[in-house]
Design a protein around this ligand. Structure first.
Ligand SMILES: NC(=O)c1ccc[n+]([C@@H]2O[C@H](COP(=O)([O-])OP(=O)(O)OC[C@H]3O[C@@H](n4cnc5c(N)ncnc54)[C@H](O)[C@@H]3O)[C@@H](O)[C@H]2O)c1
Length: 325
């Protein structure tokens, strides 16, 4: 098949491209990033990289020949919590307007779309574990963090509406804290690279809040198996799936597990959310997926224990910092 992966030069996207190429597909990536995470794929004759924005309309009407495309994996987005708190306008433009561009292009050519949505959809619904048809419980629109959840939810609505009106097939994934090699640069983005930079430098670990907030961490190889399986398996068509690990882990416990896995000795400290995100911020106290649907429909299960995945992730970042000196 000929497949477009938007955001294919990012963390999840780069792993998805590898898997699709391994299965013999032709892959075209659309991403604004510099391509450092897909350097190893650039020579592959079945791989094309368009370094461009999904907001560029010419891309969808002129630069890519959509007549030849069988599927789009839409993964491009602003997914970094600091960015969606401090730059909601860009987040909304890319995560909402950008997604709409992709969906419109897909609808014109009746191309199946898979969409990277998020556990943020459920907001602060206290009734964990969350099933796919559970309620969304969000805070005020004056709190920027909810713009990401809102943009992704609008994307989900659009896809279902295009399906209803024009028969465009879709699959929606709601990811729960995926981690592994090629996640964000050390010290930036999501929690694991931030903690790891502090551990590697021997600095104190700064947990936001009291560290009792829980998350569920899923290793990238497992998640990508689920993404590709649901994307290509007709049984999963026109459905929404949670993809994550059901082990509930507090952020404090995560810091401790990283410390043990890497043999680090940084002290663990706590910083009020207010100091990091300002007055207008709300955290999500618990986040746990119910993954029975994906197991039942396509037989997917998370395999990698957290301790093992963290070890592999630490090794990756340690090697990279050695190479960079
Ligand atoms: N990793 C997770 O835990 C997680 C959890 C929930 C949802 N998601 C979703 O999965 C997708 C991939 O996330 P990720 O963790 O790989 O993040 P990532 O930041 O590594 O990847 C996103 C990619 O999108 C690209 N991008 C951003 N704006 C763009 C634009 N205008 N045009 C083209 N490309 C653009 C970025 O350059 C980046 O390479 C995102 O849609 C994210 O919202 C991820």
């Amino acid at each position: 098949m000929n497949i477009i992966v938007t955001g294919g030069a990012g963390f999840l996207g780069s792993h998805i491209c590898e898997k699709l190429l391994d299965r013999g597909h032709h892959v075209t990536v659309v991403d604004m990033a510099d391509g450092s995470k897909i350097e190893h794929l650039l020579e592959n004759p079945q791989f094309v990289f368009h370094q461009d924005s999904i907001l560029n309309n010419d891309l969808w009407t002129r630069d890519i020949n959509l007549e030849n495309i069988d599927m789009i994996f839409h993964f491009a987005a602003i997914a970094d919590p600091k960015r969606y708190v401090f730059d909601p306008l860009t987040t909304l433009e890319i995560d909402l307007q950008g997604s709409l561009n992709v969906f419109k292009a897909a609808a014109r050519h009746k191309i199946k779309v898979t969409f990277a949505s998020t556990s943020e959809i459920y907001g602060k619904n206290p009734n964990v574990p969350w099933k796919e048809d559970d309620d969304r419980l969000l805070g005020s629109t004056q709190i920027n963090r909810w713009c990401y959840s809102t943009a992704k939810a609008a994307g989900e609505h659009y896809l279902q509406a295009y399906n209803q009106k024009e028969g465009v097939p879709f699959v929606i994934y709601r990811f729960f804290n995926v981690y592994g090699p090629r996640l964000d640069d050390l010290g930036s983005g999501r929690v694991i690279p931030i903690f790891l930079e502090q551990f590697l430098k021997g600095d104190p670990i700064t947990i936001h809040g009291d560290g009792e907030q829980t998350r569920s961490y899923a290793y990238v190889d497992d998640v990508v198996d689920g993404v590709v399986e649901c994307g290509l398996n007709p049984k999963a068509e026109n459905q929404i799936f949670n993809i994550g690990n059901s082990r509930e882990t507090s952020v404090k416990e995560l810091a401790q597990l990283l410390k043990e896995a890497g043999g680090f000795d940084s002290e663990i400290t706590f910083v009020p959310h207010k100091e990091v995100f300002g007055d207008k911020y709300e955290d999500i106290p618990r986040r746990v997926p119910d993954v029975s649907k994906i197991k039942q429909v396509v037989g997917w299960e998370d395999k990698t224990p957290l301790e093992e995945g963290l070890k592999k992730t630490i090794e990756y970042y340690q090697q990279r910092s050695l190479v960079k000196g």
